[in-house]
Write a protein that binds this ligand. Structure first.
Ligand code: MGP
Length: 467
């Protein structure tokens, strides 16, 4: 009997990805009745699933009740089940091997197509969800209006209880409830109000010049304050790990960046071969996509499709996502490192964006504004100096090549720039950099939250500033 001869192995952790599939793309169904778990089967036909797999799972107590709502697509079968023990199970029966993923159902994922990554389960469901973006506070310096904003990517990590306990601790799903409201006067000093919003300044004297004009109401402030504090704590927790990240591909398999690979590149494939620098510097896809959307809005202002440039393209995370926007007509991507350029090319192929992007190896200062005169916007993530950036407040003047020198050079192409920055970048230095970017009227510093955690910041110059 197939049932009695079935071998069920519980797969755990991330280290096994050489022998088990790392993730599965699924169509996340709409909930039916009391069914609170989603079961996703790979490698079996519907008939085999019904006759063998489900009975075995039930017999062993992994699921209970009668599964419903099955859907099938390219050899994958999805069921909803009433109760279950979340996990990843592999079946070896006489004639087939099947992998089963079981995760708790979450209402907000209803109807999404997502990616189920095993080890620390999450659904990258943001592909179709809008990025929520709210301006929280706006401050003025004598010379420049600085807009501070936050972007929340659609939350894509979920905690399936008991799932992948040996793996990276998942970030708790935290839907931030922040309202941009019209509270009249700030009740804190400018510096502490900014700090409460997660915005840091290096020069305390200078901070006095930053006068919040709009401040969140007490309720929001409380939420934000608690949120930022707990996030800083969780950041410290994870920081200990970063020291261990070594260069080799094998070492990377255990590291936090590798654990987040589908968050960084949702179509991650082991043949992508990210370099050591790319692993820690590639922008998480949801944030790149968000920046891409903001850049695409420029097309409406100009009344035509736009052309964009990324002079530090690295593995291509930012430029590929931006180029995917239909408002983008063409993109140029360059990097000083030939290996990175080749990786970016592979990334473009992976996302089928290669026809829109021209790649070349070049130092940023060798790019000639006369030959790239038609660039409408720049999107880029310059080198921050590696994972040590989080010590204290990030000092923009420590960036190599010099930040303002780089901005002045890039401003010859266009003043419309979106530059990825460390989340602890000094806001006062950002304000001052506006002149070098020929964007002295306004600059925007946006904190990018991913799954409730501040990940990066983006500085917008020129027409990309959201007033
Ligand atoms: P991180 O701080 O290393 O990760 O980088 P995380 O998950 O916030 O770490 P934790 O320890 O606080 O939990 C967050 C993101 O910043 C990365 O995914 C990259 O997009 C970006 N980033 C990080 N570093 C070290 C660099 C860098 O040196 N250069 C660039 N351009 N981007 C970086």
């Amino acid at each position: 009997m197939a049932r009695s001869s079935a071998k069920v192995r519980e797969l755990t952790g991330l280290g096994d990805c050489d022998v088990i599939p790392c993730s599965a793309e699924i169509s996340y169904p709409v909930r039916e009745g009391q069914h609170s778990y989603i079961l996703h089967l790979e490698g079996v036909s519907l008939l085999t699933a019904l006759r063998f797999v489900l009975p075995v799972l039930r017999e062993r107590g992994y699921i209970s009740g009668c599964p419903v709502g099955c859907s099938m697509s390219s050899g994958k079968t999805t069921f909803l089940v009433e109760q279950g023990i979340p996990g990843c199970y592999e079946f070896k029966l006489a004639h087939f091997i099947c992998t089963a993923f079981l995760a708790a159902f979450e209402d907000r994922h209803q109807g999404h197509t997502g990616r189920f990554a095993q080890g620390y389960s999450y659904f990258l469901c943001g592909q179709r969800s809008p990025v929520v973006q709210r301006v929280v506070v706006r401050v003025d310096t004598p010379e420049t209006c600085v807009v501070l904003s936050r972007s929340y990517s659609a939350d894509c990590e979920s905690v399936a209880s008991g799932y992948g306990s040996a793996a990276r601790k998942p970030i708790a799903a935290r839907e931030a409830t922040v309202h941009a409201c019209d509270a009249q006067q700030p009740r804190r000093s400018p510096e502490s109000a900014l700090r409460a919003l997660g915005v840091l300044v290096r020069d305390a004297g200078r901070a006095q010049e930053l006068v919040p004009r709009v401040s969140p109401c007490g309720q929001c402030e409380k939420t934000l304050f608690g949120e930022v504090r707990s996030l800083v704590q969780s950041t410290r927790w994870s920081k200990r790990d970063t020291g261990r990240k070594a260069s080799g591909r094998n070492d990377l398999q255990g590291c936090k960046y590798f654990a987040q690979r589908f968050r960084l590149v949702s179509r991650f494939h082991r043949d992508l071969e990210l370099s050591e620098v790319a692993w820690f510097s590639i922008c998480p896809e949801e944030i790149s996509r968000h920046i891409g959307r903001r850049i695409a809005m420029l097309s409406r202002k100009l009344g035509r499709k736009i052309r964009i440039l990324d002079p530090f393209c690295g593995a291509g995370g930012n430029i590929v996502q931006a180029a995917l926007m239909e408002e983008v007509e063409h993109a140029w991507a360059s990097d000083i490192d030939d290996g990175e350029v080749r990786c970016a090319e592979r990334m473009a192929k992976l996302y089928e964006a290669e026809a829109k992007i021209t790649f070349r190896r070049s130092d940023v200062f060798d790019l000639d504004p006369r030959t790239l005169a038609s660039v409408d916007a720049i999107v880029t993530s310059p080198p921050w100096g590696g994972p040590a950036y989080l010590q204290g407040i990030y000092d923009l003047s420590s960036m190599e090549p010099g930040y303002e020198k780089m901005l002045s050079h890039l401003a010859q192409f266009t003043a419309n720039m979106a530059i990825l920055m460390p989340r602890n970048v000094a806001a006062d230095q950002v304000a001052r950099s506006a002149a070098a970017a020929k964007s002295s009227a306004a600059v925007e510093l946006e904190l990018n939250f991913l799954a409730g955690k501040p990940k990066t910041a983006t500085v917008y110059y020129g027409a990309l500033v959201n007033h």
